[in-house]
Design a protein. Structure first.
Length: 147
């Protein structure tokens, strides 16, 4: 994806298999042409705040939604969520935690930090693909976000 294209979904996921499954599910519903994938929390923050590898990125509209894994290298997903919701430039971007963790403490902490939705990744491929497709359709097409 070209750094100049508007992004609708920022996918923050370090597992290549989950990235591939997510993109495949979104592609089935024509939602992959505006997805930016980053593989760790530091890259996510760099993308959102125009620093690091994304320092030259023009500041087009922020993504319509962020799909965020919790267990990430470099900067943990909870810390990414905390920074997103603490900054006026990114606070209103909906964040969906898409993770394998069913820990009650992760769920509670995520909501305390301002997550908009918490989804446990289904282990079954078809159910995973269906969940991702529904999330993409809802957050990109149905949800009305401020402009």
């Amino acid at each position: 994806m070209n750094n100049m294209d508007p992004v609708e979904i920022l996918l923050v996921e370090d597992n290549p298999a989950d990235v591939e499954l997510t993109l495949r599910a979104l592609k089935k519903h024509n939602l992959t042409n505006k997805v930016q994938v980053v593989n760790d929390g530091a890259q996510a923050l760099d993308y959102l705040f125009g620093s690091g590898a994304f320092a030259g990125r023009k500041k087009p509209k922020q993504p319509k939604v962020i799909f965020l894994d919790l267990k990430l290298p470099k900067v943990d997903g909870r810390e990414v969520l905390k920074r997103i919701k603490a900054d006026a430039r990114t606070r209103i971007i909906p964040v969906v935690v898409l993770t394998s963790s069913q820990e009650e403490s992760d769920i509670v902490e995520s909501y305390k930090l301002g997550v908009n939705s918490y989804v446990v990744k289904p282990l079954d491929f078809d159910k995973f693909a269906e969940a991702v497709a529904e999330l993409g359709l809802y957050w990109v097409l149905l949800n009305q976000a401020p402009v």
